[in-house]
Design a protein around this ligand. Sequence first.
Ligand code: NAD
Length: 287
Amino acid sequence: MSAKILYGKEFAAKIKESAREQVEELKSKFGVTPGLTVIIVGENPASQVYVRNKHKTCEELGIVSEVVALPEDTNKDDLLAKIDELNANPNVHGILVQLPLPAAIKAHSDEILNRIDPRKDVDGFHPVNVGKLVIGTPDLVPCTPAGCIEMLDLAGIEIDGKNAVIIGRSNIVGKPLLHLLLARHATVTVCHTHTKNLPEIARQADILVAASGKPKLVTADMIKPGATVIDVGINRIAPKKLVGDVDFDAAVDVAGAITPVPGGVGLLTVAMLMKNVVKAARLQLEA
Ligand code: NAD
């Protein structure tokens, strides 16, 4: 048996198409074009690639995109002042501070992210948005876990009543995904570095999500035959070689459906960001 391979490209294209239609709708209904401002501090090359990608995707979809590039030595107060200015600007519907921040201000990351108006928090990291997700009334949800749900839906994979196991409990992926899956009536187990018997727990999963950042952590014997395996991991093991957290070549013979890395669920993250920008604009315009 060989698993169905869930390539991200076609799913991302569908999400972006729907975002593009909503941009047009907001333009005709309110005469307003949704706008995203991304703040990048310093010269981190990976961050620069991510920011360029976001900018390019905004342009494709007719979203106004501005990149605010601040020098490496920007202090916390200047960054907070910039966020205040963007919070007050009605043409900016989404604000995103690209992480990681430079070492000198990294310790203030929470304070900086929490300064973003929750209605403009298109990363979904603000405590107000986290709280709304936890109590089951989500507005803006983190893009990578939201992409996992969207992928399952677009691939026609049932979530309701299934056993889902997530490997990883970060605030960016594992924890929000727990709440998204719970809201869809899955029975969810979250594993982490202190989990005992990870293989045994993973084998219970109808839907197994790997978000550990550990190459080949998930081996074929950890997968229930026919299970859906979503590999969120992105690990650079050589200058030009990215792999996920799953031993794909072996897992593909056991799983029912599986996402590759690269080219899998990671491609949905930027598409979901676009969806969040449109949603943020709608929240502000319809308030
Ligand atoms: P993180 O380092 O913040 O969290 C990793 C989690 O995995 C932790 O909760 C840890 O307890 C758990 N973990 C690590 N080793 C484990 C082990 N041996 N057994 C069980 N649990 C273990 O990472 P993150 O930010 O959540 O990202 C996870 C992975 O997803 C990374 O590879 C990252 O690059 C990738 N990622 C991809 C996207 C995207 O596709 N756009 C977005 C965010 C993160």
